[in-house]
Design a protein around this ligand. Structure first.
Ligand code: SAM
Length: 451
């Protein structure tokens, strides 16, 4: 196992002079270290300054954190890991590899957070002017737990050791060295507590996960929003990123447990991956590479980015957005059939970037189902809700608003004797509207593969 080397001061200084540690600045932790506190005995002063804040964290989050951390961690870990093993891969460190074929919907990992902070508590420290970044707050929790000898913390101590050859782990150690160098620069003594705090900051940066939930923005549709930042050690130690992933994470908003679910069948010996944010359906390769490097410090080696792949052109996405806007404008005029045609055309465009069975398409089809019902075609609306519910049941939590609405509508609308439509043909509101959808898209060739 690789030991963190905090002695590499020269390397740290070089990184600093090249401005390559800017993300620490963002976390406003260093700004506080450097700006607002006197230079002498800075670390001691910092601890003093943070003491009331830590108590506030424990007061605000403590009971919840205690209830929610690790209760079922070990048993869940043993039970759910069947079908996968952790293997080491040359450029990516530990990886989650299947030992047999896994079906879509299979839950690979189910885990409770070791620590978490809620993102809506941003300004509730109770101390004027002391606003800590969520990453800093999470690191402080872990640091505090370690100092208090909390045994559960052992599960996360090696998370930055990515197998020795992994570039991001090396870089992270360099960054930690750089931060310690900064401390030395400003007169903080480099002691074990200081190093441990930086270790947790690095660990949080590379391994923490944003817990998301569908929330209703004012006057807008439901949107996925980040509601908490959490550390799930099993997930963090084994699940790599792919820009074309075959797994998704779903969170239970009530107790913050996470599930890693297979979203597309995975053959034996293949790796189960998730997206850490960027995907090949949402942004071009160069942008994805930049984001992954800045946030996590690694060069992406996934199948979508490797080899000679080039930036994708996303014309389909621009067209889908334009058609979606047209559908919204039609909804505002209560022109339901027009909205159905524009929304169907938008989904047809999205199919060029997403795969059948993707959550994003299923959500769009739920929207189309609602419009189709308004336009008077209950049979087609039911078909759409039925095919989207099939997708959503596998991949999202039962409390998901789109899934709940689909289930509710399936209960309310009588089942049609007509056989179930395939999910791709279901994207057309009625058989007779195919040509209208093609016209909305603006070309016949788009429709050929989908009818
Ligand atoms: C949350 S950890 C995942 C587990 C990690 N492989 C390990 O051994 O601990 C994230 C780290 O895994 C590596 N990683 C994940 N996805 C990768 C990818 N697509 N390409 C290269 N490295 C990747 C990077 O080092 C990244 O910082």
């Amino acid at each position: 196992m690789v030991q963190h080397d905090f002695a590499d001061v020269a390397f740290g200084q070089r990184l600093l002079s090249e401005g390559r540690v800017s993300w620490w600045e963002e976390s406003d932790f260093l700004a506080q270290l450097r700006g607002s506190l006197p230079k002498q005995d800075l670390f001691g002063r910092l601890c003093e300054e943070l003491q009331p804040f830590r108590e506030q964290i424990l007061k605000d989050l403590g009971p919840r954190v205690k209830e929610e951390t690790c209760g079922a961690f070990l048993s869940a870990r043993q039970g759910q890991k069947k079908g996968v093993e952790v293997a080491s891969r040359p450029n990516q460190g530990r990886s989650l590899v299947t030992t047999r074929h896994l079906e879509r919907g299979f839950v690979v990992i189910r885990e409770y957070p070791l620590a978490k902070v809620l993102l809506d508590l941003e300004n509730r420290s109770g101390l004027p002017g002391l606003k800590l970044h969520p990453e800093t707050r999470l690191a402080l929790q872990l640091w505090n737990a370690e100092r208090k000898g909390d045994k559960r913390i052992e599960a996360a101590k090696d998370l930055l050791d990515h197998g020795g050859n992994d570039a991001s782990a090396l870089k992270m150690r360099a960054l930690l060295a750089a931060c310690c160098t900064l401390c030395v620069d400003v007169g903080i003594s480099r002691n074990a507590a200081c190093e441990s705090l930086f270790h947790w900051l690095g660990c949080v940066r590379v391994n923490a996960v944003a817990v998301t939930a569908l929330v209703e923005a004012e006057g807008e549709e439901m949107q996925q929003a980040k509601v908490a930042l959490a550390l799930y050690p099993d997930l963090a130690r084994s699940v790599n990123h792919s820009c074309r992933p075959n797994g998704v994470l779903r969170f239970d908003a009530k107790d913050s447990h996470v599930e890693l679910v297979v979203s597309a069948g995975v053959d034996a010996g293949e790796e189960v991956t998730i997206s850490y944010g960027p995907t090949s359906s949402t942004m071009p390769r160069s942008q994805r590479l930049g984001i992954l490097m800045a946030q996590y410090g690694f060069e992406c080696h996934c199948t979508a980015c490797g080899g000679t792949s080039v930036d994708e052109d996303f014309q389909w996405k621009r067209k889908a957005k334009m058609l979606d806007e047209r559908a919204r404008a039609a909804v505002a005029r209560a022109a339901w059939q027009e909205a159905v045609i524009a929304c169907s055309a938008s989904i047809a465009m999205l199919r060029q970037g997403f795969r059948d069975g993707d959550v994003e398409l299923a959500r769009e089809e739920c929207k189309l189902a609602g419009l189709t019902l308004r336009a008077g075609d209950a049979v087609k609306a039911r078909e759409l809700w039925s095919s989207s519910a099939d997708v959503l049941r596998c991949l999202v939590m039962p409390a998901d608003p789109d899934l709940r609405e689909a289930e509710e509508m399936l209960r309310q609308l009588p089942a049609s004797p007509v056989q179930k439509a395939s999910s791709s043909s279901a994207a057309f509101a009625t058989a007779s509207s195919k040509s209208e959808v093609a016209a909305a898209i603006g070309g016949g060739e788009m429709v050929m593969g989908m009818a």
